[in-house]
Design a protein around this ligand. Structure first.
Ligand code: GTP
Ligand code: MG
Length: 298
């Protein structure tokens, strides 16, 4: 190993839905973090560790920062964002090209006082704009609020700008030996991914509000030679929600379970036998105690 090896933590923060998780997945070349068109998809900080010949970059995907979060769950998600900034080497503040609102402004408030040389501005979704000349005045406007070491336009979904970002990150990280073994890609265990991939299917397949009142626990995870047996509980708040998730003759639950199983088989590279049950815990998203029981505090 060269003696100029770089290692450091890079936190990805921004308002919901700007493409933070898409960026993390692209950087580590693997789908670890769940992605959807709905805001507030990510609920937990998730490490994606990229180890190369010259550097180990530990990316932290975070929940979209919310303004005045109302439920205990949303406050918990915001705390995750704040924690991700402790002992961090570089912060990627992700925004959407030509879109700026009070939620982005709210992120600026959190970042005020951060050293300029730790702060990169990522202008994502440039594939959506036709007139690129508008970007210059947009960048001027955002730079007026806070100063950045680097400003990088990109498209996380198309991979535009990501190689440049990687080079700039390596250039700016401290010289240090790697912190994780080179084959380790995340800090989370297999149960975490089982729960997240089921939640992703609920987000994709259910109407807008239902995913926000659902959470998953893994009650059994048995890894045998050729197959992994997983028992999962899908927690909702009311009987009505439970019957929607189960669906007529159990059809919705079957479709969700099948899609999640296929994703998990890809991730684990093994056959998966997934069984899911829908259960009720009233008002769980508003209770710190229920959040603890449901695995929100490690
Ligand atoms: N057109 C376009 N869409 C993108 C790009 N990056 C992400 N998206 C889409 O934007 C939506 C949100 O992406 P996510 O990666 O889940 O966003 P996030 O910032 O992690 O969202 P939260 O976890 O809710 O905070 C998804 O539909 C993505 O496919 C991009 O570069 N271009
Ligand atoms: Mg996300």
């Amino acid at each position: 190993m060269k003696n100029k090896f770089k290692t450091g933590y890079v936190s990805i923060i921004g308002r919901p839905n700007v493409g933070k998780s898409t960026l993390l997945n692209y950087m580590i070349n693997q789908k670890l973090s769940i992605v959807s068109r709905k805001p507030q998809t990510t609920r937990w900080n998730l490490y994606g560790i990229k180890t190369g010949n010259d550097a180990q970059i530990i990316f932290i995907d975070t929940p979209g920062l919310q303004k005045q979060p109302k439920s205990a769950l949303n406050r918990h998600m915001n705390r995750g964002v704040t924690h991700s900034l402790d002992h961090i080497d570089i912060i990627l503040f992700v925004i959407e090209a030509l879109k700026w609102n009070e939620l982005d402004q709210n992120v600026v408030e959190l970042l005020k006082g951060t050293q300029r040389n730790k702060l990169f501005l990522i202008i994502n979704k440039v594939d959506k704009i036709n007139d690129k000349s508008q970007l210059l005045s947009f960048i001027d406007m955002v730079s007026g609020y806070i100063e950045f070491k680097e400003i990088i336009p990109m498209s996380a979904i198309k991979g535009i700008g990501l190689a440049n970002l990687e080079l700039l990150l390596i250039k700016n990280l401290p010289i240090a030996p790697p912190l994780y073994p080179e084959d380790q890609v995340t800090d989370k265990n297999e149960r975490f991914f089982a729960a997240e991939f089921i939640r992703e299917q609920l987000i994709l397949r259910l109407s807008d509000e239902l995913p926000y009142v659902s959470t998953i626990t893994i009650d059994e995870f048995k890894d045998e030679d050729h197959i992994i047996h997983i028992h999962a509980s899908i927690w909702v708040e009311t009987r009505g929600q439970k019957s929607i998730i189960i669906g007529k003759n159990g059809n919705v639950l079957k479709v969700v379970g099948r899609a999640a199983r296929l994703q998990l088989e890809k991730l684990f590279d093994k056959k998966v036998n997934l069984k899911s049950w829908v259960k009720i815990k009233s008002n769980w998203a508003n209770s710190e105690q229920a959040l603890k029981q449901l695995g929100y505090y490690e």
